[in-house]
Design a protein around this ligand. Structure first.
Ligand code: ME8
Length: 506
């Protein structure tokens, strides 16, 4: 199956969106744009997780009815999609009717198959992570109990439905063994496998002590555990329970991009729920690392939450998109430092890429009557041939989520181009060999277009600006990689007056 389905986590609406949420959403946006550019049909889902104790508590703290509260905060996440220029195809909210029907249906199927039974839960619970915590994971400090993420725990004792997770232990291990790239990166897969091997207990999947959730069918005292509710979003958006729905048939199973904090829910609970309901498990779980701010954990209490709005105002959207994915290998943790952003923007975007375009395009604009002639020979240019030859390698980088390697490779070509410009010095050729000058400028222009095409999933707005510099290429959709070939049918370019692409950061 060629179609691709990428999802972000659905974000809790107890808080404002921050750079961590933006990071995951941007990764999925880049993936979607990349596959579309290759002509591969892709669907991108994001949304908000609106039930559970944590959200209910946030609403109560503000003295607002939970639904009214979630309407407001969910909108903040929709605004984030606009701010980040996301290409998402849908935005799902777990308070929507379509989702409620889907989650209740999944529940009914699991109950009918005897995968769920009624019993009693007593144990420790983290409201912040909406997660049950086993005794061996508890950390004690100053007489209080915490989980491994430092979230305070509370004691819960109530009647509860349980999902027979223990029954799925061996089947999950077999599934991981047969699908070696199910969890990316490998280090995370090993963690998950170790955890499953250490023994899975049945999972409590309903709550009775608060009301903000989707009702358990036929038992009004219970609401569905927020993670069972939330994970279902990935299929409710595709039309589940209608497994014959177009979207479901076309896109399921999907690829879930998540932060490393929620890998267990996605790589253990979710495939178990699905297999228990006779549905295909997801295709892949891709877990990225954690961002800190100038070396410190990002947290509201430390007052160092990075607001994407402010960042974009200062540095520009595409520069931030570039920085986040160039700076840190995708699975690793990363530190957000102003100096690191400045170095990337000034060194790579402004000097290497922007300045080359500015120099060359202005020169053509001024000296060649805004015109570049194209001949078959131009397509035979060594650097262009190298770039074209690297396509398979570049694609592999993205297929393996090595965004940083992909960008690094493209900027090595930009280095080669800059060296070529210095060596051939077209401004000197103007007097000595004007024909050679034209050839050099045509070669460089074609390389600029080619590199910009490959950069476009990361920097769609800047790429558009670059494509616009070539006036009579308007009819060719250069966002599609293969359309480069169509340029060959032209015999010349018209150049528009360039404006600086990136401003240097002081
Ligand atoms: O967990 N660095 O929602 P959530 C990198 N509702 N990524 C970060 C980050 C950081 N410092 N902070 C947050 C939930 N993220 C559930 C998900 S899915 C069925 C339900 C990103 O609002 C990262 O993707 O707490 C992380 O997994 C997610 O935000 C957690 O978002």
């Amino acid at each position: 199956m060629l179609n691709k389905y990428f999802t972000t986590p659905i974000y809790y609406v107890n808080d404002k969106p921050h750079i961590g949420h933006a990071y995951t959403s941007l990764a999925v946006d880049i993936l979607k744009r990349f596959y579309i550019s290759r002509g591969i049909d892709s669907f991108f889902l994001t949304g908000t997780d609106e039930h559970g104790q944590k959200v209910e508590k946030a609403a109560i703290d503000q003295g607002i009815d939970p639904l009214k509260f979630t309407n407001g905060v969910s909108q903040n996440f929709r605004d984030l999609s606009d701010l980040l220029n996301l290409s998402n195809d849908d935005f799902i909210r777990t308070t929507e009717e379509r989702h409620k029907i889907s989650a209740q249906n999944l529940w009914k199927v699991l109950l009918e198959k005897d995968e769920i039974y009624l019993s009693k839960y007593s144990g420790w619970y983290s409201v912040r992570d909406e997660a049950f915590v086993s005794e061996n994971e508890i950390v004690e400090k100053d007489g209080k109990k915490y989980n491994g993420f430092g979230s305070e725990l509370s004691w819960v004792e109530e009647e509860s439905y349980f999902f027979r997770l223990s029954k799925w232990q061996d089947k999950l291990l077999k599934f991981y063994k047969e699908n070696t790239d199910f969890i990316v990166p490998k280090s995370r897969a090993n963690e998950v496998i170790k955890f499953v091997e250490s023994g899975l207990k049945d999972l409590s999947v309903s709550r009775t002590t608060f009301k903000w959730g989707i009702g358990v069918p036929n038992n009004k005292n219970h609401i569905i555990y927020v993670w069972l509710d939330a994970l279902t979003n990935y299929i409710s958006a595709l039309g589940y329970p209608e497994t014959e729905a177009d979207l479901f048939k076309k896109y399921w199973p999907g690829i879930h991009v998540v932060g490393k904090d929620i890998i267990r829910f996605h790589a253990i609970f979710w495939p178990a729920f699905l297999m228990a309901a006779d549905l295909s498990p997801p295709k892949q779980i891709v877990a990225h690392g954690w961002w800190t701010n100038e070396g410190q954990k990002i947290s509201k209490s430390l007052g160092n939450v990075i607001d994407p709005n402010e960042l974009i105002n200062v540095y520009g959207l595409d520069s931030i998109r570039y920085f986040l994915f160039r700076e840190v290998p995708f699975g690793n943790d990363g530190d957000f430092s102003k100096l690191a952003i400045k170095n990337r923007i000034n060194g790579e975007l402004a000097n290497n890429y922007g300045n080359l375009i500015q120099r060359i395009i202005s020169f053509i604009y001024k000296n060649l009557e805004q015109n570049i002639e194209l001949t078959a020979e131009n397509y035979d240019f060594d650097i262009l041939k190298q770039i074209n030859k690297s396509e398979a390698e570049l694609f592999k980088f993205i297929e393996n989520y090595k965004f940083d390697e992909y960008l690094k490779k493209l900027f090595l070509f930009m280095n080669d181009l800059n060296n070529y410009v210095d060596k051939t010095a077209p401004w000197a050729l103007k007097k000595t060999d004007p024909e050679e000058m034209k050839r050099v400028l045509a070669n460089i222009s074609l390389c600029i277009i080619r590199v910009t095409q490959y950069l476009s999933p990361f920097m769609p707005l800047k790429s558009k600006e670059v494509f616009k510099l070539f006036d009579n290429l308007d009819d060719i959709d250069l966002f599609h990689f293969d359309n480069f070939e169509k340029i060959k049918s032209l015999n010349h370019f018209k150049i528009n007056k360039p404006e600086p692409l990136f401003t240097k950061i002081e």
